[in-house]
Design a protein around this ligand. Structure first.
Ligand code: SDX
Length: 437
């Protein structure tokens, strides 16, 4: 980043001395005000709950322009990557900064493929869970447990350890997600196969049984691959910031990714795809398209605490480019499966149309986000609602680990330790029991 010739001066109305701050410009996007010396020079903190105006790091990985509805992975528009690349191209791009050449692709695919199996003892962790445990609880547990098998690669200061841990996590997430699903339906785990592509391998581990192997459907596999590309990374979102904060303490990458999975689980974040589909199913159950007006009225009533799940975004104040691509994928998959008249898809499009014409949503710049259509596509692929966020985690693992690697390699990185505005009790003495009233 380069220092701008613009300076920022902070002055105080109480006569305290002004403070000058450097302004840095990135390659694209907003400039930043470097306030690192603020506390030292003024004894004051900034106050920014939710980090609405805070850049926590510098990064070269993913760029979002919320007003333009633009998303770039290492400079490449998501619209082009989703059409011209597959998920492992995208993984190579996010991890190494460039799309792979043909030779590099062959080598990268082979490396990832040969790390898809998990240690045979991993299966015993599943047995401790109830069969109806939420898959995200299983993934938080099993991904964290991976650290206990790789004592040979936990030195985060060793670039080779960082690289092999990144590959292991990208490669083993599909295996663990599929195992979580198989455990929930009481079917035996299916081992990965090296002769299948990343996404075909996942679909087979999900849907093959000892009684009947999985017949690869290229349209469905391509749809899943696109879902993974669209969810691979997204700047400094809540779960990525969680991974970075965990990593800033020197925690091993498996623990950091487990922390990211835990954060992604929330309905305001990655859990929104599950919540959006539940929302559509509830409206469908209560009467379908005719009931949309009633539902939207509830959303607009602040006391209802009902949100239009899959709508709105902290950064996108225009259409989420991923939502457009997800809607196209919806069409393709439903047509392939002869489900053009899928009632939930029709309901989602009707709800989207009504919301985009309603002043409440227009004035708040609330548009569909990546989660609005992804649940319908995943349902059509046979993925159960409870596993939607697990699929999101499987995709986002490469983004998390790319951001973690970038942070660890940043000479400026320090342990993350925010401060606070204290509004509690000033110092007071402990009363005796008799004095406690
Ligand atoms: C993801 O950060 C990322 O990049 C995340 C993500 C990624 O790839 O990592 O993109 C993935 O998490 C997408 C977002 C998925 N979440 C949902 O779909 C849940 C529903 N959306 C909302 O919870 C909300 O829109 C957020 C959390 C996504 C964003 O919230 P903000 O930026 O804090 O905005 P806000 O809550 O301050 O909302 C501003 C106004 C408020 O109304 P007023 O107080 O001004 O009257 O808009 C309203 C909100 O009540 N609002 C909604 C709404 N989202 C915001 N009203 C109804 N339905 C909604 N979905």
């Amino acid at each position: 980043m380069k220092q701008s010739d613009v300076k920022a001066t902070l002055s105080f109305s109480n006569g305290s001395p002004s403070v000058e701050f450097p302004v840095y410009a990135g390659s694209i996007g907003p400039d930043v005000l470097d306030i690192r010396k603020l506390y030292g020079e003024t004894g004051m903190f900034t106050y920014d709950p939710g980090f609405m105006s805070t850049a926590a790091c510098n990064s070269s990985i993913t760029y979002i322009d919320g007003d333009k509805g633009e998303l770039l992975y290492r400079g490449y528009p998501i619209e082009q990557l989703a059409v011209n690349c597959d998920f492992l191209d995208t993984c190579h791009l996010l991890l190494h900064g460039e799309l792979p050449s043909a030779t590099q692709k062959t080598e990268f695919v082979s490396t990832v493929t040969n790390h898809t199996m998990v240690h045979e003892q991993m299966q015993f962790f599943f047995r401790g869970f109830r069969r109806d445990a939420h898959p995200m609880s299983v993934l938080v547990g099993t991904v964290g447990a991976l650290a206990s098998f790789y004592h040979d690669s936990l030195d985060i200061n060793d670039p080779k350890h960082r690289d092999v841990s990144a590959i292991r996590l990208v490669a083993k997430m599909p295996t663990l997600v599929a195992m979580a699903y198989k455990y929930s339906v009481g079917q035996p785990f299916v081992y990965p196969r090296n002769d299948l592509s990343f996404s075909a391998n996942f679909m087979r581990m999900m849907f093959a049984t000892p009684a009947a192997d999985y017949k690869v459907n290229d349209v469905l596999v391509r749809a899943l691959d696109r879902i993974l590309i669209l969810h691979a990374d997204h700047e400094q979102n809540a779960s990525t910031s969680t991974v970075r904060l965990a990593g800033s303490s020197g925690a091993n990458p498996f623990a950091c990714i487990a922390a990211g999975i835990a954060c992604l689980w929330g309905p305001a974040h990655g859990g929104a795809n599950e919540a959006a589909l539940q929302m559509l199913q509830d409206i469908q159950r209560d009467g379908g398209v005719e009931k949309i007006g009633e539902f939207v009225a509830k959303v607009k009533d602040k006391n209802s605490n009902v949100k239009l799940m899959g709508f709105g975004h902290r950064v996108y104040k225009n259409y989420d480019p991923r939502a457009k691509l997800m809607r196209e994928t919806c069409h393709e998959v439903l047509n392939e499966l002869g489900l053009q008249n899928d009632p939930l898809f029709k309901l989602a499009m009707a709800l989207e149309k009504i919301a985009l014409e309603d002043e409440y949503f227009v004035s708040r710049k609330l548009y569909p986000n990546v989660d609005f259509y992804s649940g319908i596509v995943q349902s059509a692929l046979g993925i159960p609602v409870s596993l939607f966020t697990g699929i999101f985690a499987m995709a986002r693992t490469v983004g998390w680990i790319a951001q973690w690697k970038e942070m660890i390699s940043d000479p400026e990185q320090k342990i993350g330790r925010p401060r606070q505005l204290f509004i509690g009790s000033p110092r007071r003495d402990v009363p005796s029991m008799a004095q406690r009233g």
